[in-house]
Design a protein around this ligand. Structure first.
Ligand SMILES: [Zn+2]
Ligand SMILES: [Zn+2]
Length: 385
């Protein structure tokens, strides 16, 4: 009988390849043949630390687990109810369609689902690739498997027909950037919140930071300044987003970087600063990079390993700072991100964001490469790379 191959994370930093039976698909479920799962900061955190810090109920990594929540695949089988329940736009889903699968599953009936739809704060929240163990049948709850089992309550988003896999696989990450800017746009006062022609600083241009830099470009930023310690990543930021770049090797101290940004912004600071480093201690610097009345999107400070000291009076109150925490994205951001990438496909080489593709058997190596500074988006799957 045919089996499904999947890399299984059975302990911190330990992956082995296992096989699982092909599951039966019920009326409210689906089975997707995976094209690729892009590795996210969340995957790195789960792999490295064995924990997830979203602060949502039930969000504990349950080993063994199949990683992968930034998922692109082709529907192999979709239940009769699921074909209508899992779609957000257009007619019922059918087998053979290429789709992006939402990372989160919400219940639709709790307080958060009823009042603040779309954000994954559901009191019964589950997410693929980290909190659903592959110990229990039908096992295939992560996108790094050859096939993924799709549970009731999941949304799937159609990919435009001619969009290359290398672009479509970026959807989840681009949806985070879309959702972030969507919230920054809500400006009750003039020049408060993001507006086109703003100067944007991105702290850390790994995959998430790069998606934000690209989103800033699509949304008309007049200036994009990328800060990173990887010359490789800064080079991509220059070519993909026309970014000006600040290399940590040349600007080792926070005050050097603040001075560099001031000199690039008429000594005002950036209108919008976006944190995508993963290090909470960087937030104080980010507030100093931002002009008075500016906006700060905190998207990457995921770990609590290091403390951070900020001056509430000088950096928040006196600046009328608008600080927006960004965790996940509303569901509609997926299809919007897909549409934006399709619109800008000829102007922006999104495919440059995928730096490596590994087969399922090489998932351990894929994780290692993704955690280095000389990679951008690393994908596990069968897509050509
Ligand atoms: Zn992700
Ligand atoms: Zn809920």
């Amino acid at each position: 009988m045919e089996k499904v191959l999947a890399p299984v994370l059975y302990a911190r930093r330990k992956i082995r390849t296992e096989t699982f039976p092909i599951p039966k698909v019920g009326p409210r479920e689906a089975l997707v043949k995976m094209v690729g799962a892009a590795i996210c900061g969340t995957d790195k955190h789960v792999f490295d630390k064995g924990e997830i810090r979203l602060g949502l109920p039930g969000d504990v990594v349950k080993f063994p687990v199949i990683l992968g929540h930034e998922n692109l695949g082709v529907i192999e089988e979709v239940g009769s109810d699921a074909s209508k329940e899992m779609v957000t736009e257009g007619g019922p889903l059918t087998s053979g369609e290429r789709v992006v699968i939402s990372a989160d599953i919400v219940c639709g009936t709790c307080y958060y689902c009823r009042n603040i739809f779309g954000f994954p704060w559901c009191l019964n929240h589950r997410s693929y690739g980290d909190v659903i163990s592959c110990k229990d049948p039908p096992h295939l709850f992560g996108g790094m498997a050859e096939k993924m089992f799709v549970l009731p309550g999941t949304f799937m988003f159609r990919v435009p027909r001619r969009m290359p896999d290398e672009i479509a696989v970026l959807t989840e990450q681009m949806a985070v950037a879309y959702g972030a800017f969507g919230r920054a746009f809500q400006n009750p006062n003039p020049k408060e919140g993001y507006s086109p022609a703003d100067a944007v600083v991105v702290q850390g241009v790994g995959p998430l930071g790069m998606c934000n830099a690209v989103m800033a470009r699509m949304l008309g930023a007049s200036k994009i300044i990328a800060i990173d310690k990887s010359p490789y990543r800064l080079k991509i930021a220059r070519s993909l987003c026309n970014a000006e770049t600040i290399d940590l090797a040349e600007h080792p101290r926070p005050e050097d970087r603040v001075e560099a940004v001031l000199s690039m912004t008429d000594r005002l600071g950036a209108d919008t600063v976006i944190e995508c480093t993963g290090f909470p201690h960087i937030i104080s610097e980010g507030l100093d990079l931002m002009r008075n009345g500016g906006t700060y999107l905190v998207e990457g400070a995921y770990s609590e390993d290091e403390g951070t000291t900020i001056s509430a009076s000088r950096q928040i109150l006196a600046k009328n700072a608008r600080i927006i925490g960004v965790s996940g994205m509303p569901f509609p951001a997926y299809s919007r991100a897909l549409k934006m990438m399709e619109s800008y496909r000829n102007a922006i080489h999104f495919e440059k964001l995928v730096s490596h593709v590994f087969a399922q058997e090489d998932a351990q190596e894929a994780m290692r490469i993704s955690m280095g500074l000389d990679s951008m988006k690393v994908v596990v799957g069968r897509m050509k790379g």
